[in-house]
Design a protein around this ligand. Structure first.
Ligand code: F6R
Length: 358
């Protein structure tokens, strides 16, 4: 499939038969809408002093919202926060932990298993879901619930899950009220959408340009630890799920202590791979220096390097500027691959097989 297809709106529409483009464009709307969803819940009078730690339980598209909250709030959080992508809970998750169980469908077995363990340990639990078994458990045990609107592929509900986790923390006084910031972020992303949607031709569309550069290669996306590394993880997930294409991600500075050596020999890294550096003015100055040096090193070895800079006048805007860009890049990669971005047959198949065996 040649790059001209990204100029052909009719062809894009045909391939996107399940309607991923409007869902990606819907990210800013979700951020603005979530405060109302959270308000609609009935909330206990828990306070910051009730908690020694926060555990967000979730997988895939339902985990990354928690990652982003943690990456953004960083060391301003008064208690440690972990994202648990597993059946098992770490030992520190006890009666003094706030547990946010995040599963868009409400039926993800790892999350259900972990939340059941959290219940046994008498943790305070909040459920974020659009229904499913998690919704039923929340009703049965009286857990507060943020009821997300149904009908989305979970990875397209990131605006809801991010804002819901953030607002939940603020409800209990753990962090400041983010509503004004979320509205600002929503406006910012709305304006940026105008330059990234399918009707904008490749010459003026950064996402189409990047997708064309990546197409036919395996992208390895790098970001700085603690912030852009989470965005790199989202890029990997979105490229895999939307474009049905393999992608990897890594974080700096850790990758400077091992992976940079691995780019040395195999010719496949020059012929079939591409690195994408997600950079921000928020990166630690030494990490910024590392990106400069490693970019040159890889370039000299004949490895393709694309550098993308976050935009926006606040750290949260910068984080999301590259989330949004990556979502659109994965969409255009799907189009270049000639596939409908929405179906995720391999995940559906695996979940069905696991349900058969019990
Ligand atoms: C599908 C997607 C997946 C799911 C994951 C967990 O669009 O992004 O990564 O998020 O399989 O399912 P949920 O989110 O329903 O708990």
């Amino acid at each position: 499939m040649s790059a001209e297809i990204l100029d052909d709106l009719e062809r894009i529409r045909q391939l996107d038969r399940s309607g991923m483009a409007p869902l990606i464009a819907g990210l800013p709307g979700q951020l603005a809408q979530t405060p109302r969803l959270v308000e609609a819940g009935s909330w206990p009078r828990w306070t910051r002093n009730d908690f020694d730690g926060i555990a967000v339980l979730g997988m895939g598209g339902s985990a990354i919202g928690g990652d982003l909250v943690r990456a953004y709030l960083g060391d301003t959080l008064p208690v440690p926060m972990s994202i648990v992508r597993d059946y098992r809970l770490p030992r520190w998750v006890n009666v003094r932990a706030l547990v946010v169980a995040s599963s868009y469908s409400g039926n993800t077995e790892e999350t259900l298993c972990a939340v059941e363990e959290a219940r046994r340990r008498s943790c305070r639990i909040i459920a974020l879901c659009s229904g499913g078994e998690l919704g039923r458990l929340a009703e049965r045990y009286g857990w507060p619930i943020v009821a997300l609107p149904g009908g989305f592929p979970p990875r397209t509900a990131l605006g809801y899950s991010f804002a819901a986790v953030y607002l939940t923390l603020s409800r209990f006084g753990i962090v400041d009220d983010p509503v004004a910031l979320l509205l600002r972020l929503s406006e910012f992303l709305n304006a940026r959408n105008a330059a990234l949607t399918p009707n904008v031709p490749p010459a003026d569309n950064e996402a189409k340009r990047l997708a064309s550069a990546i197409h036919g290669r395996i992208p390895v996306v790098y970001g700085a630890a603690g912030s852009m590394a989470v965005v790199a993880l989202r890029w990997k997930g979105q490229v895999c799920e939307n474009a049905k294409d393999l992608a990897f991600c890594g974080e700096a500075p850790e990758c400077n202590h091992n992976e940079i050596v691995g780019w040395g020999l195999p010719s496949v890294s020059r012929e079939k791979m591409i690195t994408v550096f997600l950079r921000s003015v928020d990166d630690h100055p030494r990490v910024a220096r590392r990106f400069d040096i490693v970019g040159q090193l890889l370039h000299d070895r004949g490895v393709l390097v694309e550098t993308v800079w976050a935009t926006g006048d606040k750290p949260l805007l910068r984080l999301f500027s590259l989330i949004q860009l990556g979502d659109w890049v994965s969409f255009y990669l799907a189009i270049l691959n000639g596939v409908d971005p929405t179906p995720i047959a391999a995940i559906d198949y695996l979940k069905a097989r696991l349900n058969e065996t019990g």
